[in-house]
Design a binder for this molecule. Structure first.
Ligand code: ATP
Length: 269
C-alpha cells in the first residue's frame, strides 16, 4: 500500500457542507444516516445500529465525491478514495491485495470513510461465465472485506458512487443499504456554484440580471459542467489583457477587467 497511499488516502479533506451547492435533502439525510453514527457510535447501538454502506447515485459531476469528502471532514475521519475501474485495470492482478490492504488500513485509522467511485464496475451483476475469473475474485474479496470491516462496532463507512445503479448486483445492493439520489443542480444551485467559485478568487462582479441569464443558459448542466464554464469564462479578461500587451509576460492582476456576462456568453459558444 505504501507506494500508492498518497493517491488514495486524504487524511483531512477540507470540504465543508457550505462548499456544496444545493442538495439540501441529501445533506440532511447524510448527517443523520452516516455522520452521526461515525461521530457517536455509542448512541447508534441496537435498533439504531447503522447500515453498512451508502450508495450515492445519479448523473456524473453532481457532487458525489464532494459529499464523500464533506462526510469525512465532518466526522473527522480519514478519507480513502479509489475508483473501481483503477482497481480492475491499473492494479491488474494486484487488486485483491490492494482491497485487503485498503480495508486493513481503514480499520486501523478509524473513523474512516472509504469512497469507491464507479462502484458498478466492481460490483456489477454480470453473469459469472461472461466475467473474467480475476474480476470475479476481486468482487468476492471486496464483499468479504466489506462484511468484516464495515459491520459490527467498526467505525468504517463505505460509500459507493455510481451513474448506473441498475448494474449493481443483489449482494452489493444489500450491503449499500442506504441509497441517495444525487440529482443535477437546480437553477439556484447552479448560480450558487458560479458565485462561490468567483467569490473565492475575489472575482464576483456580476449583477442579479447577469446571474439570471447564466441560470437560464445553463439548464441541464451538472455542477462539474458549471465549474468548467466558470473556468473558461474566467480566461476572457486574461486573454484580452494578453492581447493588449502583446504577450502575457507583463500582464498584472490589477490591469485585468472584471469577468462579465459576455465572458460567459463566449464560453458557452
Ligand atoms: P462523477 O460521477 O463523474 O465521479 P461526482 O458526482 O463525484 O462525479 P464531483 O467529482 O463531486 O462529482 O464533482 C466534480 C466537480 O464539480 C467538483 O469538484 C465541484 O467543483 C463541482 N461540483 C459538482 N457538484 C457540485 C455542487 N453541488 N456544488 C459545488 N460544486 C459542485
Amino acid at each position: 500500500l505504501e507506494h500508492i497511499s498518497n493517491e488514495i488516502i486524504d487524511k483531512a479533506p477540507n470540504v465543508t457542507w457550505g462548499d456544496i451547492a444545493g442538495l439540501g435533502h441529501a445533506k440532511k439525510s447524510i448527517q443523520e444516516l452516516v455522520v452521526w453514527p461515525l461521530k457517536r457510535p455509542d448512541l447508534f447501538a441496537g435498533v439504531r445500529s447503522p447500515g453498512k454502506g451508502l450508495l450515492l447515485f445519479g448523473p456524473p459531476g453532481t457532487g458525489k465525491t464532494l459529499l464523500g469528502k464533506a462526510i469525512a471532514a465532518e466526522a473527522n475521519a480519514t478519507f480513502f478514495s479509489i475508483s473501481a475501474s483503477s482497481l480492475t485495470s491499473k492494479w491488474i492482478g494486484e487488486g485483491e491485495k490492494l482491497v485487503r490492504a485498503l480495508f486493513g488500513v481503514a480499520g486501523c485509522r478509524q473513523p474512516a470513510v472509504i469512497f469507491i467511485d464507479e462502484v458498478d464496475s466492481l460490483l456489477s451483476q454480470r453473469k459469472s461465465d461472461g466475467e473474467h475469473e480475476s474480476s470475479r475474485r476481486l468482487k468476492t474479496e471486496f464483499l468479504v472485506q466489506m462484511e468484516g470491516c464495515c459491520g459490527g462496532d467498526e467505525r468504517v463507512l463505505l460509500i459507493g458512487a455510481t451513474n448506473r445503479p441498475q448494474e449493481l448486483d443483489e449482494a452489493a445492493r444489500r450491503r449499500l443499504s442506504k441509497r441517495l439520489y444525487i440529482p443535477l443542480p437546480t437553477a439556484g444551485a447552479r448560480a450558487a456554484i458560479v458565485q462561490n467559485l468567483l467569490q473565492k478568487d475575489g472575482l464576483m462582479n456580476l449583477s442579479d440580471s447577469d446571474m439570471d441569464s447564466i441560470r437560464a443558459k445553463t439548464k441541464g448542466y451538472s455542477g462539474s459542467d458549471v465549474k468548467n464554464l466558470v473556468k473558461e469564462a474566467s480566461l476572457g479578461p486574461l486573454r484580452e489583457a494578453a492581447m493588449m500587451h502583446g504577450n502575457i509576460d507583463t500582464v498584472t492582476r490589477d490591469q485585468m477587467r472584471p469577468i462579465t456576462l459576455s465572458d460567459f456568453e463566449n464560453a458557452l459558444h
